[in-house]
Design a protein around this ligand. Structure first.
Ligand code: SF4
Ligand code: SF4
Length: 341
């Protein structure tokens, strides 16, 4: 119960004020990836030293307010110490209510093991397994033959854990928008009891520091009707998810018309992004670095409360960031204007 109370308190506070430390973090644990996607060039990044376990422990000790984490990559299963990392995060953040993980689903056994370990820690994860089209399109877009089959195998394996919330996640881009009906038909045939609410849809976004995909034109601005149609398929199930999906849908037109963020963004007010090397950014899309955690002994609050952080926050308020409508950022923004619109 204390997790729910802390979560509600944080959401209410984010409606009125800047939090002393974020309640939601996106942490990319590695930029290594075993796919070669057309819409994301993370896999082309040169290797760099990633933050180690002790450093991660220090970071999460200083994130005293955390209710919500998005653990992402690259591909999280490729981070060798991933189970230890998850244990350290949970040990130091006893208020986490939403533990969300994204995987490309290429290592079904490893992902199964990770979820088994998470459940032992008394945390019920939300997991997105990505899939970007029917078999041929998916494998072509993701640059690896057999990627589609592996994603389905991971999804089916994870569905054995009846407690967890597991979705197939498709990023809509101009490379796959005309193949989504075929994907849904294929999934209906291939997955027992498949329901459209097992899907989650995202929209293509560009980012220099995260997806390394600047210059790739994947946006689907010409098809807002189709996008809304697919997004609305996910509306059954978990009530908070349905609420957020509905509200998210309302903002799609506004965003696609070039109007940036439909509601007040919560980046640097209540949320932020940490890359695998300990650099802090407002979010996955705005490539302004707040600071490097290695420069302050991995004390997150020093950077959160720095002058640079205030400067970047002002630039977000002035809408000088690229703008986005990614669910990762949109959901806390929607919750942050429940009362104070
Ligand atoms: S979109 Fe995901 S799976 Fe594809 S290259 Fe980027 S991180 Fe890897
Ligand atoms: S609106 Fe700007 S700062 Fe906010 S999440 Fe999107 S890109 Fe980042």
């Amino acid at each position: 119960m204390h997790k729910k109370m802390a979560f509600i308190k944080n959401i209410l506070a984010s409606n009125f004020t800047r939090l002393q430390s974020p309640y939601k973090i996106t942490f990319a644990v590695t930029y290594k990836c075993n796919l070669k996607c057309k819409i994301c060039k993370i896999w082309q990044n040169p290797p760099q030293r990633e933050v180690g376990i002790e450093e991660i422990e220090r970071i999460f000790k200083s994130l005293s307010n955390l209710s919500w984490i998005d653990l992402t990559g690259g591909e999280i299963t490729l981070r060798e110490e991933i189970i230890e990392i998850i244990k350290v995060i949970i040990k130091n953040s006893d208020k986490i209510l939403i533990f969300h993980i994204s995987t490309n689903g290429q290592l079904p056994d490893k992902m199964f093991l990770i979820v088994k370990e998470i459940l032992k820690l008394d945390v019920v994860p939300f997991i997105n397994v990505s899939i970007d089209g029917p078999q041929l399109i998916n494998d072509r877009l993701r640059g690896v033959n057999g990627a589609y089959e592996a994603s389905l195998e991971t999804f089916n394996k994870l569905k054995q854990f009846t407690k967890i919330h597991c979705y197939l996640s498709c990023t809509l881009s101009n490379f796959n928008i005309n193949s989504v009906d075929d994907l849904l038909s294929a999934l209906k045939k291939e997955i027992q009891n498949f329901d459209f609410s097992d899907m989650h849809f995202n929209i293509f976004h560009a980012s220099a520091h995260y997806y390394n995909n600047h210059g790739i034109d994947g946006s689907v601005n010409s098809n807002p009707g189709m996008i809304k149609n697919y997004l609305s398929l996910c509306k059954k199930g978990h009530s908070v998810k349905v609420f957020l999906e509905n509200e998210y849908l309302k903002g799609v037109d506004y965003f696609l018309q070039g109007n940036k963020f439909p509601v007040k963004c919560q980046a640097l007010n209540a949320t932020c992004f940490i890359d695998p090397f300990g650099r802090i950014y407002p979010c996955g899309m705005y490539s302004e670095v707040l600071g490097e955690l290695s420069s302050c002994n991995f004390d997150f609050k020093k950077i959160w409360n720095s002058e640079k952080s205030s400067q970047i926050r002002r630039s977000i308020q002035a809408k000088k960031c690229p703008g986005c409508w990614s669910p990762c950022e949109a959901y806390p923004a929607i919750l942050g204007c429940l009362i104070n619109r």
